[in-house]
Design a protein around this ligand. Structure first.
Ligand code: ADP
Ligand code: ZN
Length: 721
């Protein structure tokens, strides 16, 4: 090979040919540096027959500069990257980017310098330095990361290094991870669990593609079962990837993993620090990382010898990425397993309809765990009709729910209230003139956060302090909070049960591993009587003393008319209900609703999951919705409203006229303004037989747009806003 084709990381040019200098050896998948104009560009050596490019005569080729000291991306991963780019209509280099670590990681291991407090306590400190010292207790990271942690400039910290308050520490990026021990603490499994575990272990040994849907009720011990497959992979010296939907769940997972295997797994998610990322990436590519636990971004990494993938809480919508490459990690994980020829386990108590459908069609092997571990009963579910039993004026909890909570408090048991709304109130308005606080960048109300005394946009992060007076009519003391968020429910609980110890659990309050651990410890140690939380508390946790779950507003998720609203509500409530009665004491769930007749609520109260899924599947079949038909969305945006509208109209005007494809829109998006961009949407509904991606590529490929317009394609969309 003297001529090489590169997939390069440049937004405008993605495929370029180069010459291989004499004496340089190269393999497909190698990561290299090459010249591009006066600069250098990173690229991956690709099979030329799989990557279309323009032919350049040999005489014009420039030589590759350097092969980076990282192993080549293995062929199955290259196939996965091609598949994703094709399926999700995404640029191939954007997909491939997710497989690479940082430039520093590609450059090799070695050492790096981090900083920590030296213990020196200067007599006089500037307020900034004093604040930094408070914030940096127990921390060690790069100057940039510490600056972010302490909310001070890097300059302040460099000054502190100069003064000896912070000291440098040399960190070895190649220091090995402690070895997980497959036989550290083998549990005694119940017969159902054992059968499931045996199947998984057999599949790991077979080293073939085998997709499983592990469908087990909450508390059935799904983790224990798939841990046996993890153990087998460890014995076989294969790597394992466990995907979790949220970083918040990793803490809990770590504890259980450590109890089973003696050491923590290797973590990969957006909040691990730079040196740990480099270390983890190097260990993943070398094969040294045995078990990697991470959020969806862990899926694309170049594992040396992957032997098993597990997707826990596989129904979670957060596996769908909604910016950049819009992929669904659950689906891509199965495709990766196929390319790698390994088993993949989707675990859930409330599987996605799509997954159940594939199990029914025989594509996934379905493994059931129908009962809770240790003979614990599933909780009793009680529907509370808010029209018959309204809360007092200005309150949100019905008297019966409060009475049940009081009973738990008297017995020393715990209650959990679920409301999927952060902050104090979703809308603030002026009683005098009717002014409503809206985000300047988004079509959304500002949410009051009383703990931080701010009004915040949950879409773009815009924040303002809560003003004294109405900005419109300047009347003071006239702002009213409308509707409840978790903070408001916490206030109400403090009023009705003043002696209760309350914890509010949201991404605002549980935003670090330390805080999550502290919460879990407090809850397990019975230092909390009432937990009030968003979807963050609906899954993963196991608190034996928790015997009452109250769903504050079951109707909330059904508003908005999203395709999956019913399914998502079912999953959320079934999951949160699953937190009750996991120990020896039985659990009760009270669902507050104004629509007890809604199919979801009826199914939940009857405990009839099958009926719900059957009805839901029927409705989707009639609508040609997934998994029976296919959907794609085209989202057009620009900072200029007219420009966005015109581009969307041009796309609508060029829509193909095909018998198996229906194009709806363009229409202004429900979130018509997001982060300062005006948005329009088109929705495409296609039969399964349609070549949806080719049709969209052909359709959009003929059009061109002004530079300020962005056109995003979302295949199998989950978000419709
Ligand atoms: P799920 O994920 O299915 O909701 P978990 O895996 O959280 O259930 O299991 C529920 C609880 O039961 C956990 O505390 C777990 O440690 C315990 N458990 C499950 N199976 C066993 C077993 N075979 N031996 C001991 N404890 C178990
Ligand atoms: Zn906003």
């Amino acid at each position: 090979m003297t001529r090489v084709r590169l997939l390069v990381f440049n937004p405008a040019l993605s495929v370029l040919d180069y010459r291989l200098p004499a004496g340089m050896a190269i393999e497909f998948g190698a990561v290299v540096l090459a010249p591009l104009g006066p600069r250098q560009v990173l690229g991956i050596v690709w099979e030329p027959d799989r990557l279309e490019g323009t032919e350049v005569p040999d005489s014009k080729l420039r030589p590759i500069l350097e092969v980076l000291p990282a192993p080549p991306l293995p062929a199955p991963l290259r196939r996965l990257i091609e598949w994703c780019a094709d399926y999700y209509c995404a640029p191939m280099n954007a997909v491939a980017r997710m497989a690479l670590g940082s430039m520093a990681a590609l450059r090799g291991g070695g050492t790096t310098t981090e900083y920590r407090l030296s213990g020196l306590e200067p007599q006089r400190l500037t307020p900034q330095r004093a604040a930094a010292m408070d914030a940096l207790h127990g921390e060690q990271a790069s100057i940039r990361e510490l600056a972010e942690l302490a909310s001070v400039s890097e300059g302040v910290l460099r000054g502190m290094v100069g003064a000896g308050i912070l000291e440098p520490v040399t960190v070895d990026l190649d220091r090995p991870y402690p070895r997980a021990r497959a036989d550290f603490a083998i549990p005694a499994l119940e017969p159902d669990q054992q059968a499931a575990a045996d199947t998984f272990v057999g599949a790991v040994r077979a080293e073939e593609f085998a997709p499983f849907l592990l469908d087990g009720v909450t508390g059935s011990g799904k983790t224990e079962c798939y841990f046996e497959a993890v153990a087998e992979a460890i014995r076989m010296q294969c790597q394992v990837l466990v995907l979790l939907p949220e970083i918040a769940l990793t803490e809990n997972f770590l504890r259980r993993f450590e109890a089973r295997f003696g050491v923590p797994p290797v973590l990969w998610h957006s909040s691990i620090k730079q040196s740990e990322r480099r270390r983890a990436w190097r260990a993943i590519v070398s094969g040294e990382a045995q078990v990697v636990v991470g959020a969806r971004s862990a899926l694309f990494m170049p594992y040396k010898a992957l032997g098993l993938i597990v997707i826990d809480e596989a129904h979670e919508v957060s596996f769908k990425q909604d910016d950049g490459v819009r992929y669904n990690a659950r689906d891509v994980a199965v495709i990766r397993a196929r390319f790698e020829q390994i088993p993949v386990i989707l675990a859930s108590a409330t599987p996605a309809l799509e997954s159940l459908q594939l199990a029914e069609a025989g594509v996934y092997a379905k493994i059931d765990l129908p009962a809770r571990f240790g003979g614990a009963e599933l909780p009793a579910i009680d529907v509370l009709d808010l029209r018959d039993e309204p809360p007092e004026r200005g309150r949100w909890l019905a008297p019966r729910l409060v009475a049940e909570m009081r009973l738990r408090l008297e017995r020393g048991e715990q209650s959990l209230l679920f409301l999927n709304r952060r902050g104090y109130a979703p809308l603030t308005l002026c009683r005098h003139c009717g002014y409503r606080f809206q985000c300047p960048n988004c079509s959304a109300w500002l949410v009051e956060h009383r703990l931080s005394r701010r009004l915040a946009c949950h879409h773009c992060g815009h924040e303002v302090p809560v003003p004294e007076a109405c900005p419109e009519c300047h009347t003071s003391d006239c702002l009213v909070a409308c509707g409840p968020g978790v903070e408001r429910i916490a206030d109400e609980v403090a009023e009705v049960l003043p002696e209760a110890r309350i914890a509010v659990v949201t991404s605002d309050t549980l935003n670090s591993p330390e805080k999550i651990s502290a919460f879990v410890e407090a809850a397990e140690g019975k230092l909390i009587d009432v937990i009030i939380g968003t979807q963050l508390v609906t899954k993963g946790y196991h608190f034996p003393e928790l015997t009452l779950v109250g769903v504050v507003d079951a109707d909330l998720g059904l508003e908005g008319g999203d395709l999956r609203a019913g399914e998502r509500t079912y999953q959320q409530i079934a999951q949160v209900a699953g937190r009750a009665g996991r120990g020896e004491k039985p659990g009760t769930v009270i669902i507050q609703t104004r629509h007890p007749e809604a199919a979801v609520i009826a199914a939940l109260s009857a405990g009839d999951r099958d009926a719900f899924y059957t009805a839901e599947a029927e409705a989707r079949r009639d609508a040609g919705a997934p998994p029976f038909g296919r959907w794609a969305a085209i989202i057009v945006s620009s900072e200029d409203e007219a420009e966005a509208r015109m581009a969307a109209r041009a796309i609508g005007g060029a829509a193909p006229d095909l018998p198996d494809v229906l194009v709806l829109g363009p229409a202004p998006a429900p979130l018509a303004l997001l982060r300062g961009r005006h948005r329009y949407r088109l929705l495409i509904n296609a039969r399964r037989s349609a070549q949806l991606q080719d049709i969209i590529r052909g359709w959009l490929g003929t059009l061109s747009f002004p530079p300020g317009v962005r056109v995003n394609i979302d295949i199998d969309p989950y978000s419709f806003v």
